[in-house]
Design a protein around this ligand. Structure first.
Ligand SMILES: NC(=O)c1ccc[n+]([C@@H]2O[C@H](COP(=O)([O-])OP(=O)(O)OC[C@H]3O[C@@H](n4cnc5c(N)ncnc54)[C@H](O)[C@@H]3O)[C@@H](O)[C@H]2O)c1
Length: 340
């Protein structure tokens, strides 16, 4: 079975490609490299032991996509390609609507043209906005607090409309909580451009000495230690959720929406402590004012994923930190030293 992985050179995509290949799928990667390095694909190839068909192209570009569908018989698409920086989406919303919403519309049109109607979409826990309670179940009301979140919400709605218009579509919406960690060989991991937006790469870069100290946004939330609580999930567990989604996709008779989280909430200070333990390094930090749009607590009820996919996250917070540290300490400059 051939799977097209859009955004396959990115953080979650590259880790997922490894598990898909190990599960026996033929993989085609499609990426415009706007937030990824070609070196990431070389490292994946090193791990799996062979070359991977790779197309450089943009999901908004019909011709780029047509080249892929003409030359490969694609059975399903895992659609990771998208922009994900919340702050940038506030400053430049049209860039986000164009890339994430329009990009998905063009992709689905080309898929339909070639008779490929199975798609797994990377959605996000951000579609729950500021949830009225935790843990979060899939039926909670949906709301977005920023343009990035709205692009996820709109794409979810667009894909539901697509299914209503044509029941041949097989659609899985995976709502990720907070992906962290890295492949355990230490040669691949998250490599953000510039100042990291997410906590874990910031902690890791601070521990390795690239940043002076970690700024913790808000120490006065209504949580046990005052810092925000999130559901951190190891990227390899998340990747495994995609393999499981592909196993069921052919039999779907409705759009399936699934939380991928661990069900455990950890505070920022919990993460700092766990990282210090895993790395043996001190992570200096300072508490600064809250960041607009951040919420106190967000963690999943992952029981539906267990029920319908037979999936649950297996890796602990210690493994998340150890694997991140292995990657960060061996590759302090990420993929950059190898021809980004
Ligand atoms: N990392 C997270 O915290 C998180 C949480 C929830 C959801 N998601 C979603 O999961 C997906 C993957 O996230 P990630 O963390 O791996 O991000 P990433 O930036 O590492 O990967 C996205 C990839 O898509 C590519 N891309 C972007 N726009 C493209 C376009 N128009 N055409 C072709 N390629 C394009 C980028 O070059 C990159 O390789 C994204 O859709 C993101 O919104 C991520």
């Amino acid at each position: 079975m051939s799977i097209l992985v859009t955004g396959g050179a990115g953080y979650i995509g590259s880790h997922t490609v490894i598990l898909l290949i190990e599960a026996g799928y033929d993989i085609v990667i499609f990426d415009n490299f706007c937030n990824a390095s070609k070196e990431a694909i070389k490292r994946v190839e090193k791990i799996v032991g062979h070359k991977i068909a790779t197309f450089e192209g943009d999901v908004r570009n019909r011709e780029d996509l047509t080249k892929v569908f003409k030359s490969h018989n694609i059975d399903a698409v895992i659609h990771f390609a998208g922009l994900k920086a919340v702050g940038e989406s506030v400053e430049n919303p049209l860039k986000y609507y164009d890339n994430n919403v329009n990009g998905t519309a063009v992709l689905c049109e080309v898929m339909a043209e070639y008779g490929c109607k199975s798609i797994v979409f990377s959605s996000s826990a951000t579609v729950y906005g500021d949830p009225h309670t935790t843990p979060i179940v899939e039926s909670f009301p949906l709301f977005a607090t920023n343009p990035y979140g709205r692009t996820k919400l709109f794409v979810e709605e667009m894909l539901r409309d697509l299914y209503v218009s044509d029941n041949d579509w097989k659609i899985v919406l995976l709502r990720y909580f907070n992906p962290v960690g890295a492949h355990d060989l230490g040669i691949m991991g998250e490599d953000p451009n510039g100042i990291p937006n997410n906590l874990m790469p910031f902690i890791a870069q601070t521990a390795v000495g690239k940043r002076e100290s970690l700024s913790i946004f808000g120490g006065d939330y209504d949580t046990p230690d005052g810092t925000g609580i999130r559901d951190y999930i190891h990227v390899m567990d998340l990747a495994d959720g995609h393999v499981k989604a592909l196993e069921i996709i052919k039999n779907l008779s409705e759009v399936m929406t699934i939380n991928l989280g661990t069900g455990n909430g950890y505070s920022v200070l919990d993460m700092v402590k766990a990282f210090e333990k895993a790395s043996g390094k001190k992570v200096p930090y300072k508490i600064v004012p809250r960041r607009a749009g951040d919420i106190a607590k967000c963690f999943a009820d992952p029981s539906y994923a267990k029920e319908v996919l037979g999936w649950e996250a297996k890796r602990s917070i210690d493994e998340m930190c150890q694997d991140t540290w292995r990657w960060q300490s061996r590759n302090p400059d990420g993929y950059k030293n190898k021809g980004k």
